[in-house]
Design a protein around this ligand. Structure first.
Ligand SMILES: C[S@@+](CC[C@H](N)C(=O)[O-])C[C@H]1O[C@@H](n2cnc3c(N)ncnc32)[C@H](O)[C@@H]1O
Length: 351
């Protein structure tokens, strides 16, 4: 989740850090996989001008509408698509938008979705238990709550919410079904858990778990990160901002694994995996918001930014026409820095 000054605005989290991590440059091509209100996208377009291009993706049609209005001034340089980022590669192939200089994932929800969107994302507003990012998805939070077994609910709340009271909450839910609204669910959780615990509202973890399950958040993130690598050009940057430990763990492990050649289990006498490095970590330590940012925007407090750069090894074999097309187009547009161009020439001549 990023931040909100009011119910109708979404302020991009770690904005300067994101632009720096993406190494935004004039004439660059970028993908924002989580367009939201278009805050990061506007800054990317601003810094990549003249000649910058941006493909913006969001599963939520209302986000696309908001971003389209915000990015009106850049309409000639943007392509905004109402799609799920699980289809990232297919979208880029369809619109011939690859390779790119940078890909951003700013995960979670925008303030527009959290604050009274009427879709049940927040335990602070009464609404039907929906939680779908897109109305085209079939399964709602109410479907999961009202049709899962007690065991399934307990597992889901424990795994996706990291909630220690998962079994107890599941038991109370099953006793009180059918449950239709957010506040109905909140009251049940409060009874199960027994009021407020520490700084977190007792419903926080269960709502997180339901949202993750409804939108397949963890599986889709894993799959999209993998697709992102294949779309990055030479020294292209992958930047991910996550808001809870389950997401951050996936991003961290993915980047660390892709930053190594062999990923065989320790003690394996000779490499069996054949895995080769595809990323270089840009920031070894995770980047978090400053105190000033958190004060201005309390929702940014859990944000964690990780960045990595596409590595093309000397022995990598350039068999795909996509990569060759990129090589040909490099001098015409895109990478303009002479040092990069020289490195790229060397990489291609070595392959
Ligand atoms: C934190 S907001 C992004 C805010 C944006 N960076 C800005 O500055 O306005 C996250 C956005 O990602 C979208 N989103 C989350 N998961 C998605 C997915 N799997 N596919 C496409 N969009 C997704 C949400 O609908 C939401 O609009």
């Amino acid at each position: 989740m990023s931040r909100a000054m009011s119910t109708s605005t979404h302020i991009p989290v770690l904005l300067e850090e994101t632009i720096k991590a993406l190494a935004v440059q004039p004439g660059g091509r970028y993908i924002d996989c989580t367009l939201g209100g278009g805050g990061h996208a506007a800054a990317i377009l601003d810094r990549s001008s003249p000649g910058g291009q941006l493909l913006g993706i969001d599963a939520d049609p209302t986000a696309i509408k908001a971003a389209r209005s915000r990015l009106k001034a850049y309409s000639g340089s943007t392509l905004l698509i109402n799609e799920n980022f699980i289809n990232l590669q297919a979208i880029c192939y369809k619109y011939d938008f690859f390779p790119v200089h940078g890909i951003l994932f700013d995960l979670g929800l925008s303030s527009l979705q959290l604050n009274g969107s009427g879709r049940g994302f927040s335990f602070q507003h009464n609404a039907p238990l929906d939680m779908r990012l897109s109305p085209t998805q079939e399964v709602t939070a109410a479907d999961i709550i009202n049709t899962s077994t007690e065991g399934e609910l307990a597992h889901l709340i424990k795994t996706y919410g990291e909630e220690g009271y998962g079994r107890r909450i599941a038991r109370y839910i099953v006793q009180e079904r059918p449950i239709k609204t957010t506040l109905q669910l909140v009251r049940i959780i409060e009874r199960a858990v027994g009021g407020r615990r520490g700084r977190l509202h007792p419903a926080t973890k269960t709502f997180q778990a339901l949202r993750i399950a409804v939108n397949h958040e963890l599986e889709y993130l894993r799959a999209a990160l993998r697709q992102a690598i294949s779309l990055l050009g030479f020294e292209g940057r992958l930047v991910v901002i996550s808001y809870h430990s389950l997401e951050d763990r996936i991003v961290k492990q993915f980047m660390q694994q892709e930053a190594r050649d062999c990923i065989c289990l320790p003690g394996t006498p000779a490499c069996l995996c054949g895995h080769t490095v595809s990323l270089r970590l840009v920031n070894k330590k995770v980047i978090t918001p400053s105190q000033a940012e958190v004060q201005l925007n309390p929702r940014s407090r859990s944000a964690r930014l990780r960045a990595a750069e596409r590595v093309i090894t000397q022995d990598e074999y350039y068999e795909s026409t996509e990569k060759l097309c990129f090589a040909a187009s490099v001098e015409a547009k895109g990478w303009r820095r002479p040092v990069l161009l020289e490195k790229l020439r060397m990489a291609f001549s070595a392959s």
